[in-house]
Design a protein. Structure first.
Ligand SMILES: C[S@@+](CC[C@H](N)C(=O)[O-])C[C@H]1O[C@@H](n2cnc3c(N)ncnc32)[C@H](O)[C@@H]1O
Length: 352
């Protein structure tokens, strides 16, 4: 048995074992985590490889600044360990843990730590055999989304005060909350499509009647880019209108609040506006979208519209940098020499 570091060439087999260890983790999240481990100097995966070159086990390691029971501020940590069923009871986990100790020492750590499910007796024995001592038993709690009920109530208030009358108009763009002639719609919304530079999925958070989705589909196809549309909106009648507009994509249109809804997949592009959540929570909102909604190479498109106010003097998007986000580019929508739309592109790789 050889123990060696994982490289890009091992991804397929390593992923296969990861999926056996963590079956509830989505394929996209596995991909994301593997890419992060391979690119981070503080993470390492060691593999157990048999004589035929097959990967039969792995241990994933990191360096944590705190670990229960440890004294130091730099602790080698066993994030996960797995050996295939038919290769168990051959001492492979002990070999992996010993190699893990070498790695941790070489990183300047003098202590290691790990954790295990309270019911996983085999893992407890394997840790003990490798010299780990139990320090404490902990129950982990988590909560998210935060203030869900209050945010839903806030959004219901927004429907009543801002979005309720969208469907009263017969013009598609007015049903999306936009006024003026169609050329003005194109000038103010096309910059969103201009941020889409490759084929893939596009989620419009706050899709209203789906007219933007339909428009973006057309605008991107003019450049040979195939966009797969997804939408979410807090208003039931608007979700129904989007499904009617795009019947072949109706399974991809959801009712929900972008701040509390959990996507079942990740997207190449996600469009949103800051005004969908109270000002104090905008940073958390964008962090959530970057972390939970985007593929590794995905981008968040934060749009800001001033189509009702002809001479905007203050752009909320100027606060993105202050909030700690990194904007790779911005696109403007100009109508009659005035900038009425600004779209800021936040790539996941610069912001996660
Ligand atoms: C101005 S329209 C945007 C229409 C279209 N996406 C566009 O960019 O032109 C805003 C839409 O966002 C929806 N919305 C507002 N807050 C939301 C939230 N927290 N989650 C999901 N949708 C929201 C409203 O119901 C409304 O239909």
């Amino acid at each position: 048995m050889i123990i060696r570091e994982a490289t890009n060439g091992d991804i397929e087999q390593w992923m296969n074992l990861r999926q056996q260890l963590w079956p509830d983790c989505s394929l996209e999240d596995h991909n994301l985590e593997v890419a992060t481990i391979l690119s981070s100097p503080k993470d390492k995966t060691l593999l157990a490889v048999d004589a035929a070159g097959k990967i039969v086990g792995f241990v994933e390691l990191s360096i944590r600044s705190y670990a229960e029971g440890c004294e130091s501020k730099s602790v080698g940590y066993v994030e996960g360990m797995f050996v295939t069923q038919k290769n168990r009871r051959k001492g492979i986990s002990q070999e992996l843990l010993q190699a893990a100790e070498h790695w941790a020492l070489k990183q300047g750590c003098f202590e290691m730590a790990s954790d295990s499910d309270i019911t996983n007796r085999i893992s407890h024995l394997s840790h003990q055999k490798a010299g780990f001592e139990e320090v404490e038993r902990t129950i982990h709690f988590k909560k998210g989304p935060l203030l869900e009920q209050q945010l839903d109530t806030w959004c219901s208030g927004q429907i009543e005060s801002i979005y309720k009358n969208y469907l009263e108009s017969s013009q598609s763009w007015r049903q999306s909350g936009f006024s003026g002639p169609e050329e003005r719609w194109i000038a103010c919304r096309r910059p969103i499509a201009d941020c889409i530079t490759k084929s893939g999925s596009f989620l419009d958070i706050g899709c209203a009647n789906g007219y933007l989705l339909e428009s973006v589909l057309g605008w991107t196809s003019e450049h040979g880019i195939k966009t797969e549309p997804y939408g979410i909106d807090i208003s039931e009648p608007l979700v129904a209108a989007t499904r009617d507009r795009l019947p072949e994509y109706k399974e991809s249109i959801h009712l929900g609040n972008g701040f509390t809804w959990y996507p079942k997949m990740r997207f190449d592009y996600v469009r949103t506006e800051l005004c969908y959540v109270p000002k104090d929570y905008q940073k958390a909102f964008l962090n959530r979208l970057v972390t939970l909604f985007l593929k590794i190479e995905g981008s968040l498109l934060v749009a800001e519209y001033h189509s009702k106010d002809d001479s905007p003097t203050r752009w909320e998007s100027e606060t993105l940098n202050r909030m700690g986000f990194r904007v790779s580019e911005t696109k403007s929508g100009i109508w009659k020499q005035k900038e009425l739309t600004r779209v800021s592109v936040l790539p996941r790789e610069l912001n996660a």
